[in-house]
Design a protein. Sequence first.
Length: 391
Amino acid sequence: MATITLDDITKRYGDGYEAVKHFNLEVADGEFLILVGPSGCGKSTALRMVAGLEDITEGRLLIDGDVVNDRAPKDRDIAMVFQSYALYPHMTVGENMAFPLKLAKLPQEEIDKRVGETAKILDLEQHLDRKPANLSGGQRQRVAMGRAIVRSPKVFLMDEPLSNLDAKLRVQMRTEVSRIQSRLETTMIYVTHDQTEAMTLGDRVAVMRAGVLQQVDTPKNLYEHPDNLFVAGFIGSPSMNFFSAAVEGDSIKLPFVDVPLDDQHKAALRDGAIRGEVIVGIRPEHFEDAALVGDQSVHGVTFEAPIEVTESMGSEVYAYFSYEGGDVSHEELRDLAVDAGAADLPDNAGRAVARLDAETTVQQGKSSKLWMDSSRMQFFHPEDGRAIRVS
Ligand code: ADP
């Protein structure tokens, strides 16, 4: 058990590139913290500095209150599990798991005890005598975790441990990792670029962009109260819709509907909007087929939407509708498009996505009445992308 503190840590590589910039983070004893962000944002670098595999250029790293910047990896009592786990093919599962304990010259009795306990936690008891080649991908990944767990380290570090597994297995293993962490109660930092994994796994999630920590919070708070456009757009699938909008008197003009503002919204926007311009964010689930909404005037507005494409997910329907003008062009959102591989695709401008109840009768190619829960609008500063809070 251990606390980990990253105190104003910067990593500058030999070529001068700053991969991590003035990073501050406190991980509590027994906490399961997820570090998430697009590829290349510095997650692995941050994790490798905690492990001692990478020098810290500036700042301090503390484990249980002790500065450990100069402590060798083997003296940090940390175990790390990577994406590419190398099991020894000629050894059985049991021998693979026992290996680090043999190296540490523990008595055989203690080794057997720890391997037995770990195999139980990981559901590998019946596989101890098998060779890795005869195991499934998920079982092999569990053996790799077992090799870390047997050492009972103070801290676990995991770098995209599930990304080699196929989608279905990844979901299963996600549940496993959660279960194992809560059973072991060991402090864990887990790196992933997959926001779904981040949101379903940890106690708290730290979101990074271009070496800079953007926000650290519980999954629920990140989702409901993102601090800026980047976090708002990165967390959630399908992503939040963004529109550029004008505040005029008592209403806000979205490209497809004018929304009356209540007093709280007005107060927030009076301070936040620049010359009456603001970026509005609306999550897809805050739209609905108007025909399925009871009293539509409560918290909401209805509008006519040309439905371009519908995708049925079984339990719900994604309806993409078009609108004119009001597109947002912001550096933070461009970064997200690049990460999603969408930067080279035909422009997605002028199209928003609504998540509708499966009962909806909206049809592709036709215009339909949609309802929007205007109490759920989020506002962002048009220049720096910061959230404008509505109290
Ligand atoms: P992530 O884990 O978020 O994908 P990394 O921490 O691996 O990102 O890398 C962050 C940035 O640092 C990347 O732009 C990468 O190219 C750069 N980088 C990583 N290792 C080195 C290195 N040894 N020398 C110079 N730049 C590096």
